[in-house]
Write a new protein. Structure first.
Length: 677
């Protein structure tokens, strides 16, 4: 890029950043994510670093990043409330310390304090003789907005210090810095109440907290579940602590809420290890964090390093890969699942989230699109937590141009063109055509999977080959395949064909419970498959079951009962079952009654499995329990008899202990089975 184009890019970046600053700090309605903003600012600083003569006093790089609204009284801060420079990886942290080492080599011998970087709104709190007298936003770093009445509504904010009667005497003047935020569970519960009341639901905890604090009506602020953590002493009329960890301890003794997730590191290598470990653990914290803040513990050393621009040199923010970004919704597609459920998905302008390029994201269901008023052409927030599938949070209404298009749910299946159906009381829309090509492949894939009939060698690619070659039109056709059919397919030779045919034949000995599960009836998984097999003993008996018969089985409600009756009575499915029976794929409990009776040692007992097991995979332990008559549920309740707990057991173990559920290790589970036998 030539110098003229580079300068024009600089002007464009400044204008963009100024607009985003205004939307974030004044309107509390950002249209890009923090990561996108950070990258814009980083690009600006890189250009200005190459051309210092282009830096102007009004450049966004020369300010903290805030504005002061005209709606509130102004409050001058006793010291600048600075922002932080960012590091995005281990190299960035190492480079930060190397830069400091050129100024003062003592940084290589010092220790560091690592704190969570809260994703909330910065506040500055003033106390006189222990009494809370004033609170302000950060504003532009020198002047903030007086939001004292709103801050008084936050229950975790001490109105007088020390909170404890035996606490240390309060200094005459004390100014502290903290962050106001909303816990994730509180945010979800608040939105649930808003939705029940037919009122607006909120998209992010951070924006909700910011909007509540800067509301002109403090009764609105009081209705929001705001919380506070304090982490810095800005000014104090008595002697200041010498270290950051000492500052946190002083704040705690006064009764301020301070984060529990504080680490002390003795080297930059340890800093890196701690910061990177929190990338995976960030979801364990009950509130949003977007990184960790690394501070030199020795405050005298940190202050002596000075400030570069508006960032103190003695601290840096290690930013996590973003979990939430904004991008354009280019279109809405529709998938057809193996049970016929139509599921919408977002087709996105490619964007990086958490180190992964995302082009598609789930939209949950068609009601979600309508409730959130999501339109094609919207700029949308997309979130990816952990390793889960990315999903659309909602549209950014402030970014609309008027060219967006509303989306209507399809009236026919996008794959087969047959009319779709919607069951009363359910969110899902279904294609009820059992011959739908999209369902055939997924149905067969499920039918042969390890958790059902375990037909080895029949992966999704081979299933697609069989369907596309018109050798298989439904699951029953698998049992009519011959060697000549398979040798016609690319990649098949004698041995491979023989092995697959042997595996198909072996599947005929699978128990009734797995056969029922394999049919792919909506709502019928492993647990219900076991219940139905135990109750009806054969496919013939199950075929004559009524909805009332099914509802009489514990754990089967009206929706699953109706789904079973509908599936079994559908003419096309009756044809498939007839073909399976003719092929000899017609299991019954009676066929292996002696074995069943001998092994039903867990009959009537309900298990839950959690944690990492050594001797079993999760599928194997379920098969072990259900094979002996037990039932395996996914969640702990008062009806749970045993919890099988492996390493790193989490909330399920805690709940089981609270309910008095008996806890078993793997070895104890095996021993109990041997004792019963």
């Amino acid at each position: 890029m030539n110098e003229e184009k580079l300068y024009q890019q600089l002007i464009h970046l400044r204008a963009q950043i100024q607009e985003h600053n205004y939307r974030y700090h004044v309107l509390d309605a950002p249209i890009i994510s923090d990561l996108e903003y950070d990258r814009l600012l980083l690009e600006l600083r890189e250009i200005e670093g190459r051309h210092p003569e282009w830096v102007t006093p009004d450049s966004p790089s020369q300010r903290v990043g805030g504005f002061v609204s005209e709606r509130f009284e102004k409050v001058a801060h006793p010291a600048p409330i600075l922002s932080l420079a960012n590091a995005f990886d281990r190299d960035g942290l190492s480079a930060w310390l190397d830069r400091l080492g050129k100024i003062d080599p003592r940084v290589f011998e010092t220790d560091f304090v690592i704190e969570p970087k809260l994703d909330g709104l910065t506040v500055v709190l003033h106390y006189e003789n222990g009494l809370f007298v004033r609170g302000a936003t950060r504003g532009d770093g020198d002047i903030g907005e007086d939001i004292t009445p709103n801050l008084r509504t936050i229950k975790s904010l001490p109105l007088r210090i020390p909170v404890a009667p035996d606490g240390p005497p309060a200094p005459g003047n004390l100014v502290v810095r903290g962050e106001v935020f909303i816990n994730l569970d509180d945010f979800d519960e608040m939105n649930r109440r808003q939705e029940e009341a037919g009122e607006k639901v909120y998209q992010t905890p951070r924006n909700t907290a910011a909007g509540a604090l800067r509301n002109l009506d403090s009764t609105v602020t009081a209705s929001r579940p705001l919380r506070l953590y304090v982490y810095t002493i800005v000014a104090m009329s008595t002697e200041m602590p010498m270290t950051q960890i000492g500052s946190l301890e002083v704040l705690q003794t006064f009764g301020f809420p301070v984060s529990d997730h504080i680490h002390i590191a003795n080297s930059i290598q340890e800093v890196i290890r701690v910061c990177e470990s929190w990338i995976e653990k960030r979801d364990e914290i009950p509130f949003e964090i977007d990184g960790m803040v690394v501070k030199i513990n020795d405050l005298g050393l940190a202050n002596s390093l000075g400030v570069v621009g508006k960032d103190p040199r003695g601290a840096i923010a290690y930013k996590f890969p973003a979990k939430e970004v904004s991008t354009m919704l280019l279109d809405i597609g529709v998938n057809v699942g193996r049970t016929g459920v139509l599921t919408p998905y977002a087709i996105l302008e490619p964007v990086e989230i958490g180190g992964v390029i995302v082009r598609q994201a789930t939209l949950h269901n068609f009601d979600f699109i309508q409730e959130k008023d999501i339109r094609i052409g919207d700029r949308v927030l997309v979130k990816r937590a952990g390793d889960v599938i990315p999903y659309v949070v909602g549209p950014i209404l402030e970014a609309r141009t008027g060219d967006e298009q509303e989306f209507s749910p399809p009236k026919v299946c996008p794959t087969c063109g047959e009319p779709v159906s919607r069951i009363e009381g359910e969110v899902a829309i279904y294609c009820i055509n059992p011959a739908c090509p999209a369902q055939i492949i997924r149905n067969i894939e499920h039918f042969v999977s390890r958790s059902t009939l375990d037909i080895v060698g029949l992966g999704i690619k081979i299933v697609e080959q069989l369907v596309h070659a018109n050798l298989v039109g439904d699951v029953a056709d698998l049992y009519t395949l011959n060697k000549d059919d398979l040798l016609m397919l690319e990649g098949f030779a004698e041995k491979k064909a023989d092995n697959l045919l042997e595996s198909i034949e072996a599947s005929k000995s699978q128990p009734l419970s797995k056969f029922i599960f394999a049919l792919g009836i909506r709502g019928v998984g492993e647990v219900v498959g076991n219940d139905l097999a135990r109750e009806f003993q054969s496919v013939d008996t199950l075929l004559s079951a009524t909805r009332e018969d099914l509802e009489g089985i514990e754990g089967i409600g009206p929706n699953i009962a109706q789904a079973v009756v509908d599936w079994l009575s559908h003419p096309a499915n009756r044809v498939i079952l007839g073909k399976l029976k003719n092929a000899g794929m017609w299991p019954s409990v009676q066929a292996s009654a002696a074995k069943e009776e001998m092994n039903q040692v867990f009959l009537g007992k309900t298990f839950v499995v959690t944690g990492t097991l050594e001797a079993f995979t999760r599928t194997e332990v379920k098969e072990f329990i259900t094979g002996m008559g037990g039932k395996v549920n996914s969640s702990v309740s008062a009806k749970t008899d045993y919890l099988v707990a492996g390493a790193n057991a989490g909330s399920k173990l805690t709940k089981a202990q609270e309910l008095g559920v008996q806890i078993l290790s793997e070895s104890e589970l095996k021993e109990m089975a041997r004792d019963e036998l």
